[in-house]
Write a protein that binds this ligand. Structure first.
Ligand SMILES: NC(=O)C1=CN([C@@H]2O[C@H](COP(=O)(O)OP(=O)(O)OC[C@H]3O[C@@H](n4cnc5c(N)ncnc54)[C@H](OP(=O)(O)O)[C@@H]3O)[C@@H](O)[C@H]2O)C=CC1
Length: 259
């Protein structure tokens, strides 16, 4: 594995995404940077420091900043003012802001720092180094950090960043859609475990097809569809123009809030 350029990483907000990042840093073995965790989310932080060598829980958020070169801010949107109140961030630190809906201008005003601030959208699959992480603005250390964690996708401005951020808001709907399919089959007499297993298998196949980047998404859809067949029927009767419009509106509304 390529050597890490950043040797000390801090995480303020050790919840789901914080844990996924720490897990990803240790995925596949090999040398990992030292990691300094904030004390809140105490159980998770303690579990991670017990599991991985070189992961330490700090006494407070200031200590996380003081001991790290690159600090990842991963608290919930409603908690970020409290989490950073009184925290001093020197200009020699790099701050990675993964908090959805928190712009860098706002963050810089609160922190009163001239440190580089980079927004990023890591996904839970970063735990297996499979997340392509959107970043803005591009920063060499941050880009290479996320490149090693599955891929970095720097975008030109915060408007583009927000568009891609809105897309990530559709993930749990996708799981709920799959759960609805399995539940429908169970309601029609299929054993729930069988329905669950079958739906997972179907869509794992879809996931593998998506890996074929030589075919566009429209092409993949067309290639899976027989003219006048079952797939065309469901696509045109359920995912009809009204449904597409409702989805588009939900995304537009989310984008307006993110901006
Ligand atoms: N989950 C995801 O897939 C992704 C999440 N994000 C963003 O990451 C952020 C965190 O999300 P997620 O991990 O899901 O949330 P979680 O609720 O799982 O984790 C948030 C953590 O922040 C801790 N916390 C709260 N207040 C403070 C504080 N003052 N100082 C330090 N830590 C504090 C909480 O501790 P306690 O439990 O003690 O309250 C909790 O452990 C959000 O802003 C979200 O938008 C971004 C990309 C993906």
């Amino acid at each position: 594995m390529e050597e890490d350029t950043v040797k000390r990483i801090g995480i303020i907000g050790v919840g789901e995404i914080g844990r996924a990042i720490v897990t990803g840093l240790h995925h596949g073995g090999g040398a990992s940077p030292e990691v300094f965790l904030s004390p809140r989310g105490a159980r998770m932080a303690a579990e991670l420091s017990e599991r991985y060598e070189g992961v330490e829980v700090c006494a407070d958020n200031q200590e996380v900043v003081d001991r790290s070169e690159l600090v990842i801010l991963a608290v919930r949107r409603q908690d970020w003012h409290g989490a950073l109140a009184g925290v001093r961030v020197g200009g020699d630190r790099i701050v990675v802001n993964v908090m959805a809906g928190v712009g860098n201008d706002d963050l810089r005003r609160t922190l009163g720092t001239n440190a580089p601030l980079v927004r990023a959208i890591p996904l839970p699959t970063i735990r297996e180094r499979r997340s392509v992480t959107v970043v803005h603005p591009s920063h060499p250390e941050v880009d290479s950090f996320f490149a090693r964690m599955g891929g970095a996708l720097p975008v030109a401005d915060e408007a583009a960043f927000n568009v891609l951020s809105a897309l990530t808001g559709t993930l749990t709907t996708h799981y709920a859609y799959l759960a609805t399919l399995a539940s429908w089959a169970a309601d029609h007499g299929i054993a729930p475990d069988d329905a669950d297993r079958y739906v997972r298998g179907l869509f794992q196949g879809v996931g593998r097809s998506l890996g074929d980047e030589t075919r566009s998404l429209d092409r993949l859809a067309a290639d899976h569809e027989t003219p006048n067949g079952n797939n065309e029927r469901i696509r045109t009767t359920w995912f009809d123009p009204a449904n597409v419009e409702a989805l588009t509106k939900a995304l537009d509304d989310l984008l307006a809030d993110l901006a």
